[in-house]
Design a protein around this ligand. Structure first.
Ligand SMILES: C[S@@+](CC[C@H](N)C(=O)[O-])C[C@H]1O[C@@H](n2cnc3c(N)ncnc32)[C@H](O)[C@@H]1O
Length: 191
């Protein structure tokens, strides 16, 4: 796959962001709620969420390179006169392992991939810190939605592992049980 082909497929991602965003509607996603998108990257997933909530605000967080990518995304959408709902995104520079919001702030903490990146830069501890922070800022009645690459024996999971190994990505995927255990641990802390 060339870089251009990769960029194109990552941007569209077979419409999966849109499908996940829509799957949150039965879980109560609507305008007027406090929503945090973590590991927001360019803001593509946040953008899909804005199309559902239509008004209000979503706070998206990422690193410096992500803030810049989001600005470029906004500019490209402006040129195509499609930037309107991007105005609902309040993009902040923030590390997921140190979320600068008080506890019990958000009705939804949402995510489309990236914990694998945290694993590469900050290891398993970084992933655990990130999950702890997501649980801390979520209201007790809130919903946490994560999109994960999982380690496992399913055909797609085996292919994902082989591909990342082949391109030298050194991504480490955790099994589903790892995330369930961590989230339970954080719930038991009363978060
Ligand atoms: C797979 S991308 C996210 C994709 C994005 N959610 C989307 O919808 O396109 C992961 C992003 O996480 C960011 N990231 C990595 N480590 C981070 C950290 N500690 N805190 C915040 N963002 C981080 C990276 O810069 C990268 O843009």
């Amino acid at each position: 796959m060339s870089n251009t082909e990769y960029d194109k497929s990552f941007t569209h991602f077979w419409g999966i962001r849109r499908k996940i965003a829509q799957s949150l509607i039965p879980h109560g996603l609507k305008s007027g709620l406090k929503i945090l998108d973590v590991l927001a990257g360019h803001g593509f997933y946040s953008y899909e969420i804005t199309k559902i909530i239509k008004k209000g605000k979503i706070i998206s967080i990422g690193l410096q390179n992500d803030v810049e990518s989001f600005q470029r995304f906004k500019l490209s959408m402006k040129k195509r006169k499609q930037q309107k709902s991007l105005g609902l995104i309040d993009y902040r520079l923030m590390d997921i392992t140190k979320i600068d919001f008080p506890e019990n702030t958000f009705d939804f903490v949402i995510n489309f991939l990236g914990l694998e990146d945290v694993n590469m830069t900050k290891g398993t501890k970084g992933v655990k810190d990130a999950l702890k922070e997501c649980c801390r800022v979520l209201k007790p009645t809130g919903t946490l939605q994560l999109t994960l690459c999982l380690e496992g024996d399913e055909p797609d999971q085996i292919i994902a592992k082989e591909i990342t190994e082949a391109i030298g990505h050194q991504a480490i995927f955790h099994p589903k049980e790892f995330y369930i255990d961590e989230l339970k641990r954080n719930n038991n802390r009363g978060n």
